[in-house]
Ligand binder design. Structure first.
Ligand code: NAD
Length: 275
């Protein structure tokens, strides 16, 4: 299965379809990530708060896959802020992953109650310049929070936000596009909380003889977004990877675009309320 690469605004490439490990049990992570690597994934999205970086690292080490063929993302958790703590947290993540650098390091949430993220963001830029992260970005920084980051003049390579057919975050997506910031869509399938198997998506899936999840993945990819759907099950890992081969028409993409319900479509936390 050939997975397209996208070029980030810092010139680096990222596999557009990867594998996410949110809520993957730390005790099962090594096996599940090993399955994902065997299925063909080369991009893994984890975070310090998932408490499974060690399992990701063990699976990578055991895989024998050359480091430069893998793309690994992790994220700074909300209780680590400021220069010293950010540096310490990144060191801990690298140690757990068993890596000398990650491909992408993100501030996980804006945490507005904790004050300005600028010092933390400038520290990520320093860590990138030192080679500990190849690219840096933010997560959950929608149009309310991205401007303060942009004002530093250090432009994130990506913004990782909740995004699926009923919640398309158009204001954040258009602000990011103005700065050539790629959108990584988390919860790309609606986290199992939305039934996307019927309606326009179901009709497209039936016409093409593919699953609803493959149609949604193909829609994200056709729209230029990066996704890393999660599944503990090998057959679904393979199904989701095969979503990269599904060809949608412009009318199919438009039909799914039309499913956006704006702010009402959110199924997870509002960044304003996460501390
Ligand atoms: P998702 O939309 O990928 O949904 C995962 C769920 O969808 C699975 O648990 C499974 O129940 C179901 N599923 C997966 N494949 C399926 C298939 N082929 N058919 C039917 N159902 C299927 O949600 P997610 O895991 O929350 O998001 C993906 C990744 O995004 C995470 O693993 C994590 O890496 C990242 N993420 C980031 C943040 C953030 O704040 N930055 C938050 C949540 C998730």
């Amino acid at each position: 299965m050939s997975i397209p690469d996208l070029t980030l605004n810092d010139g680096r490439s990222i596999p557009q379809l990867g594998f996410g490990v949110f809520k993957v049990d730390p005790a099962e992570t090594e096996r599940i990530v090993t399955d994902a690597l065997e299925a063909g994934y080369r991009h893994i999205d984890t975070a310090a708060v998932y408490r499974n970086e060690e399992g990701v690292g063990r699976a990578i080490a055991a895989s024998g896959i050359p480091r430069d063929e893998l793309f690994v993302t992790t994220k700074l958790w909300n209780d680590r802020r400021g220069a010293d703590d950010t540096r310490a947290a990144m060191g801990e993540s690298l140690e757990k992953l068993g890596l000398s650098h990650v491909d992408l390091y993100l501030i996980h949430w804006p945490t507005p109650a904790a004050g300005s993220p600028v010092e933390t963001w400038e520290t990520l830029a320093a860590l990138r310049d030192e080679g500990l992260a190849t690219s840096i970005g933010v997560s959950n920084f929608d149009e309310r929070y991205l401007p303060e980051i942009l004002a530093t003049g250090i432009i994130p390579a990506v913004d990782q936000i909740e995004l699926h057919p009923q919640f398309q975050q158009r204001p954040a997506v258009s602000l990011a596009a103005e700065h050539d910031i790629k959108i990584e869509a988390w919860g790309p399938l609606g986290q199992g909380k939305v039934d996307y198997s019927g309606g326009a998506i179901g009709e497209i899936a039936e016409r093409l003889g593919v699953s609803w999840a493959q149609v949604v993945i193909a829609w994200h990819l056709a729209s230029g977004r990066i996704v890393f759907p999660k599944s503990n099950r090998r057959e679904r890992m393979e199904e989701n990877l095969a979503g990269a081969a599904v060809q949608l028409t412009a009318a199919d993409v438009a039909a799914i675009d039309a499913l956006d319900t704006g702010a009402a479509g959110r199924v997870a936390s509002d960044p304003a309320e996460v501390s």
